[in-house]
Design a protein around this ligand. Structure first.
Ligand SMILES: O=c1[nH]cnc2c1ncn2[C@H]1C[C@H](O)[C@@H](COP(=O)(O)OP(=O)(O)O)O1
Length: 172
């Protein structure tokens, strides 16, 4: 186990893909920030107030449905994060349905390539993998050379698993 002083959260969605908490917002009915705060309450069971200061970027979805994907990131304390993790399993209405669980992102690379590279080699919804990389870079959570190396290793891992499915074997 690696103890890190910085933590970063994503979630396992109902469809088995990794992604960020969030959802669809009709701008004619509520502001983007109000809609996101509402979705966070439903998916994490905790009240997190999102403001325009937390805005990071927007992208047009590359595949249907045609959506504009707005991405926000918010810095919180470790105590607040622990509270969100508790609330996610106890009070979030979407827990066990739309959301299978919150997950911390490993921000380190182990000697055998484990950690962030393995995490990045999993499957992500839409552009959430790119959003994750953008946030890690912007927030300075992983240094640019380490991030580049993790992305490279993740690609090698994906390639290895694709070309040799017997490469990963685990009994449980
Ligand atoms: O984390 C994400 N990053 C970028 N795009 C995302 C993310 N999560 C969902 N999406 C996109 C992809 C989907 O086509 C739409 C709707 O997602 P969905 O989870 O089905 O929507 P609701 O939460 O049910 O509103 O958004």
């Amino acid at each position: 186990m690696v103890k890190t002083s910085r933590l970063f959260q994503m979630q396992m969605r109902f469809d088995g893909l990794l992604g960020f908490p969030g959802g669809l917002v009709k701008p004619s009915e509520e502001s983007l920030e109000a809609g996101l705060s509402r979705e966070l309450q439903e998916e994490m069971g905790a009240s997190v107030s999102v403001t325009v200061n937390d805005y990071v970027s927007s992208h047009l979805a590359q595949s249907p449905p045609r959506l504009i994907l707005h991405f926000y990131s918010k810095k919180i304390t470790e105590a607040e994060l622990l509270e969100i993790e508790r609330a996610a399993v106890s009070t979030a209405v979407d827990h066990g349905f739309e959301v299978l669980g919150l997950t911390r992102v490993p921000l380190y690379t182990l000697r055998n390539g484990g950690g962030l590279p393995w995490f990045l080699s999993h499957s992500f919804i839409s552009n959430s993998r790119a959003q994750l990389l953008e946030a890690l870079q912007r927030l300075g959570l992983v240094s640019p050379p380490n991030l580049e190396e993790a992305v490279k290793k993740a690609e090698e891992m994906r390639h290895t698993v694709k070309s040799d499915p017997s490469h990963r074997q685990y009994l449980c």
